[in-house]
Design a protein around this ligand. Sequence first.
Ligand SMILES: NC(=O)c1ccc[n+]([C@@H]2O[C@H](COP(=O)([O-])OP(=O)(O)OC[C@H]3O[C@@H](n4cnc5c(N)ncnc54)[C@H](O)[C@@H]3O)[C@@H](O)[C@H]2O)c1
Length: 294
Amino acid sequence: MGRLDGKVAVVTGAGSGVGKEHALLLAAEGANVIVNDLGDSGDETVTAITDSGGAAVCIKANVADWATGETLVNAAVENFGDFHILINNAGILRDAMSFSMTEAQFDQVIAVHLKGHFVCARAAAVFWREQAKSGNDASRRMIHTTSESGLFGGPAQANYASAKGGILALSITLGRELTKYGVTTNVVAPRARTGLTDYIQSMAAPEDPLDFDVYDPANVSPFVVWLCTDQAKDINGQAFIVGGSGIWWMRNWSHQNSVKLEAEKWTLNDIDRHRDLLFGDAETGVPKFEAPSF
Ligand SMILES: NC(=O)c1ccc[n+]([C@@H]2O[C@H](COP(=O)([O-])OP(=O)(O)OC[C@H]3O[C@@H](n4cnc5c(N)ncnc54)[C@H](O)[C@@H]3O)[C@@H](O)[C@H]2O)c1
């Protein structure tokens, strides 16, 4: 008995890296999986699943294309009879400092991450709302993929950090719209050695293969898959960093302090006078990069 027997999941960008591991673990827990990626790599993920006795179908499609959302939902329903879990994961990097970034670098990253997440989420929302209205009260899950760059800001990643920050706001917005249709929506920022990060030396595999491989992408999947189970039905609109042996629950943009006049508009001089009340002795430079350490 798997925890997700009979469920149907779509995983975007599941031909490699973190998405592949999500697809393998979803299948190992009994879910039927639509494996999406751009090229042939998705076929290898499907073979790995079917060789282990699971069920999966590969759909080659670009998540930045509007039609892909409906294609993936239809593939789930036509192959496996329903659709319960969307893992938005596909991604690319086109790093450059803001002053060197080209229009193409900016547009490509926003298209794959932010638009790609919305394209699939929108198609899922259309299907799940119809199902709920026709009396199908199955629970549904969306897991989106952000990054510490999106949580904290990342130099040379204005495109990527903007898209990943947008995904955090998108997830909460989807939660406000779709909770009443039985949908939960959460976001995970992975830490893993993949095609995207294999240039980072500190993420190299341990020299001794018996040592725990902190950056193995498979370390991210158990929490993502757990969010898809009934045990996580009350976790909604939340964000996490996941990697190695760690799970960090994140919240940001909290209210720090406020000042207020009595029913009148601020003047610049008023603001001068209230400056110290608003900020006190607090640090007002660029916020520190406070990523949790392992
Ligand atoms: N690896 C990390 O440490 C890390 C950190 C933060 C965020 N992330 C995020 O995790 C997700 C997975 O990345 P990864 O590290 O596994 O990298 P990866 O390169 O191994 O996997 C990304 C997959 O997405 C696919 N893809 C790219 N564009 C696509 C498109 N338009 N349509 C469909 N598929 C597409 C790629 O072909 C690839 O198989 C990404 O969203 C990435 O931004 C990863």
